[in-house]
Write a protein that binds this ligand. Structure first.
Ligand code: GLU
Length: 450
């Protein structure tokens, strides 16, 4: 893909100038703008309202110091952010990432993606993202708590159930949300749904923990059934990562009759030809917070290989990248294609490079972008907000059924948009256009000042 349209190219060039040195943000913007070519032709009114120029600029970005005291009594300083990207269709909504790699470019790309993803869910949520360059891996429980409290002390000034509702992402699970929510509640003196991903004891929703992974498999199931009259039954699956998304994608894939043979973390990957024993993975990752390497020490026949990129050399029918951005490059994509992969569905945000996507496209691999196939997490977050507002909670079965329906609808809306705008079956273009149109209509309707 490249720019066919002079107007879109000029918008992109201005974005490059204004955001120089932010490669992830530019990558995400380029992919969406390239998809909008057929929209620009059909909708001159949206061009005239300057929607695209406005959408490539976050509404608000807060950067702040997070100072805290470590176990030795020493003062430590991290940098925190909240990118309130777009509020055209609802309160800002999106996760918090705690990882040493976090910077403004990564959070802007994530906030931008979140805006389209949230729109695709059909639920009333705007887009946001936040986090800090904090590594919880080498920290004690007390250090994580003090960091989260300090982070939330600043965040509290900018969020609220009707303003901005953060949740988890890489490095942020129920433990971190608990410490942040506790601090938010102390400072605001209100028990409201200002965070999602909360514990079930404090207003959390059933299925939230499983939602991104389960939703990914529901999406794949619908895509396979509609396009190929096929299913996950009997398929060999490779899932990268071993965090929340990867664990519950593997669980649902196995429940739907597939065999998951490999998982990874940032150090390496495990291969288990008998199918991964998820109880062992959960014990290592959720209870011990250990490394995936331990799996091979505990399960006979399993093999551990250092280096996480090697996981894409494992032969599979379905690849579910659920680790992080740009984890599949062109070399990995070619390996997957050579090994006969037929489906690549993203559980992480932007895990495939543009070159990798091009390889999947030209080899007719069924490929779905994260903003469509990983939207299950934020969709159930939105259902958590709904339950909090009602001060009521739905059963596991009720939430799961809603999630399944939302994922099927996302697939069909993206597919339909791809068809309507002349690129039938291209889910990148379809998801970008369907996500864009709803936000664009809302922005146009609300007038120019953001
Ligand atoms: N971080 C998740 C995502 O990338 C979930 C966000 C949320 O639940 O607000 O969509």
């Amino acid at each position: 893909m490249s720019f066919q349209n002079q107007y879109l190219l000029s918008v992109y060039q201005a974005v490059c100038q204004r955001n120089a040195g932010e490669p992830e943000f530019l990558q995400a913007v380029q992919e969406v703008l390239e998809s909008l070519d057929p929209v620009v032709k059909k909708r001159p009114d949206l061009v005239a309202s300057g929607i695209i120029e406005r959408l490539v600029e976050p509404e608000r970005m807060i950067q702040f110091r997070v100072s805290w005291i470590d176990d030795k009594g020493e003062v430590r300083v991290n940098r925190g952010w909240r990118v309130q990207y777009n509020s055209a269709i609802g309160p800002y909504k999106g996760g918090l990432r705690l990882h040493p790699s976090v910077n403004a470019s990564i959070l802007k790309f994530l906030g931008f993606e979140q805006t389209f993803k949230n729109s695709l869910t059909g639920l009333p949520i705007g887009g946001a993202k936040g986090g800090a360059d904090f590594n919880s891996r080498d920290k004690s429980e007390g250090e994580v708590m003090r960091f989260c409290q300090s982070f939330a002390t600043e965040l509290t000034k900018h969020i609220g159930a009707d303003t901005d509702v953060p949740a988890g992402d890489i490095g942020v699970g129920s433990r971190e949300i608990g410490y942040m929510f506790g601090q938010y509640k102390r400072l605001s003196n209100e028990f409201t749904g200002a965070f999602t991903g909360k514990s079930l004891y404090s207003g959390g929703s059933l299925v939230r923990k499983e939602a991104t992974g389960y939703g990914l498999c529901y999406f794949v199931q619908e895509m396979l059934s509609y396009i190929k009259q096929d299913s996950l039954e009997g398929k060999t699956v490779v899932v990268s990562g071993s965090g929340n998304v990867a664990i519950y994608a593997s669980e649902k894939a196995a429940q739907l009759g597939a065999k998951v043979v490999a998982m990874s973390d940032s150090n390496g990957y495990i291969y288990d030809e008998n199918g991964i024993d998820l109880a062992v993975v959960k014990q290592i990752k959720e209870v011990e917070r250990g490394r995936i390497k331990l799996y091979a020490e505990r399960v006979p026949g399993a093999v551990y290989t250092p280096g996480c990129g090697g996981i894409w050399s494992v032969k599979c029918d379905v690849a579910l990248p659920c680790a992080t951005q740009n984890e599949i490059n062109s070399e990995h994509a070619q390996q997957l294609v050579n090994n006969g992969v037929s489906v690549v569905a993203e559980g992480a945000n932007m895990p495939c490079t543009p070159e990798a996507i091009e390889i999947f496209r030209s080899n007719h691999v069924l490929y779905s972008p994260g903003k469509a196939s990983n939207a299950g997490g934020v969709a159930v977050s939105s259902l958590e907000m709904c339950q909090n507002s009602m001060r009521y909670s739905w059963s596991f079965e009720e939430v799961d059924a809603k999630l399944k329906e939302i994922m099927a609808t996302i697939f069909h809306n993206a597919y339909q948009a791809s068809e309507e705008f002349g690129h039938k079956g291209d889910l990148v273009i379809g998801a970008n256009i369907a996500g864009f149109l709803k936000v664009a209509e809302a922005m146009k309707w609300q007038g120019v000042a953001y």
